[in-house]
Ligand binder design. Structure first.
Ligand code: DP6
Length: 424
């Protein structure tokens, strides 16, 4: 698919924080109350793809389609801010070279899709805004003169956590101190190649009710939680340093201990909010107990921790584990949480790479190879579907420039695919 004349298509990854961002000191510029650190996940499994195109002939205004549905670009909204900032950089470039086409003065058509369904229960704003910024930077010819940290300052204004999706591997968002946000940006702590054996198992937990959106939830915590002040001042600064050291040493034990402690501290500040915010549910807490028991028994057997859990603003667990432990963790989760849909990307179950396990499944026995003192009655076997879906992935790379074959816009600038509901 050739696509429009002036267009670019790029993808960006999802990231899951191990030191959580929770709270803003400036809600318009999206400046955080603390530093944070995340692991970038592999785009082969989870990614947002965006095509952006500029053309004089597009009827006057910018348009954007998200997963096949046209979205309004609100005047004072975050999307508007991001587009305007990128346009300004292009216009500065054009000012220095009058041979350049005046892309900055033409309307944009932007089309974005995720390769994971919204129903997977994963937030897509981080990968989505990172893909948008990286695609516009490509379309506008700003790379590599403008580096990814500079781009992260703009992605941050779309959604805070998006700034960390501008890099692969292990990424810190330095919160910064300046009022204008110029020092609030993402930097890479270590590349994917530094520690490629770190894998992630995402447990998508069923939840009937819609939780408090993170943007609103975090400002309620800022306004009411005394515990958050301790987190900002003492807890996070020490952990940023110790987890960065653990990553440099590829020390999974320390990495896991800090990751779990920080998830628990973040959810404690949610509980310390008035009125309290509950993101984890009974199934989330059962997964915590399971991982804690597995780690306890493994340590008692003289080995290290097997896995680490972390939870964002919802009930889903993300389990980080060294590659060689994933088989055990996967079978354990499948034993206690039957019937989770699972696409076996790494062929752990031996039915072929990518084999799909869906719907009713035979009961999964407890895996062999559990540490001898593991208490199998630590949690009950849950009802089928309590964990809806399992996604196995690994640490991944940063945004990618894709070729024309992956362009999401037709030659006339209209989206290639529209969602069915909107097509009528
Ligand atoms: C719990 O980045 O979604 O996932 O900046 O308001 O868009 P906004 O919030 P968002 O918050 C993410 C919160 C978190 C922790 C994290 O990713 O660090």
């Amino acid at each position: 698919m050739a696509g429009p004349k002036y267009s670019a298509t790029c993808s960006a990854p999802v990231n899951i924080a191990v030191i959580k961002y929770w709270g803003k000191r400036d809600t318009k510029l999206i400046l955080p109350t603390n530093d944070s650190l995340s692991v970038t996940l592999d785009q082969d499994h989870l990614r947002s793809v965006t095509t952006a195109s500029a053309d004089e002939s597009y009827g006057g205004k910018d348009r954007l389609w998200l997963n096949g549905v046209e979205e309004e670009i609100a005047e004072q909204g975050r999307l508007r801010t991001c587009i305007d900032e990128m346009r300004k950089m292009r216009s500065d470039k054009e000012a220095g070279d009058d041979k350049l086409p005046k892309l900055s003065s033409w309307p944009l058509h932007i089309c974005s899709e995720n390769n994971f369904p919204t129903a997977a229960g994963l937030a897509s704003s981080a990968s989505g805004f990172a893909a948008l910024i990286y695609t516009l930077a490509t379309l506008f010819g700003l790379l590599p003169a403008v580096d990814n940290s500079q781009l992260s300052r703009i992605a941050r204004q779309g959604s805070g956590s998006a700034c960390r999706s501008l890099f692969g591997g292990f990424v810190a968002w330095q919160g910064g101190e300046k009022a204008d946000g110029s020092d609030s940006l993402a930097v890479q702590v270590a590349s994917r190649e530094h520690w490629p054996d770190l894998h992630a198992l995402i447990c998508v937990v069923s939840d009937a009710k819609k939780g408090t959106p993170s943007t609103a939830g975090m400002q309620r915590t800022v306004a009411t939680s005394p515990l958050l002040q301790h987190r900002i001042k003492d807890v996070v600064p020490a952990r940023m340093k110790s987890i960065s050291d653990a990553i440099q040493r590829r020390d999974f034990d320390s990495f896991a201990a800090i990751t779990m402690a920080d998830s628990n501290n973040f959810h404690a500040t949610c509980l310390d909010t008035t009125p309290p915010i509950f993101y984890m549910n009974d199934v989330s807490r059962a997964i915590v107990q399971l991982v804690e028991e597995l780690n306890r028994a493994s340590e008692e057997a003289g080995k290290g921790k097997v896995a680490a859990y972390t939870y964002d603003a919802g009930p889903n667990a993300v389990l980080y584990a060294p590659k060689e432990n994933v088989q055990l963790v996967l079978q354990l989760v499948r034993h206690y949480f039957p019937n989770a849909d699972f696409d076996d990307t790494f062929n752990l179950l031996g039915a072929g790479s990518g084999a799909s396990h869906r719907g009713q499944q035979a009961a999964v026995p407890l895996p062999s190879g559990l540490p001898s003192t593991f208490n199998s009655s630590v949690i009950p076997v849950h009802e089928a579907g309590a964990v809806r879906r399992l996604i196995h992935t690994q640490v991944g790379d940063g945004p990618r420039k894709l070729n024309d074959a992956e362009c999401l816009l037709k030659e006339d600038g209209e989206p290639l695919r529209l969602a069915r509901a909107k097509r009528a």
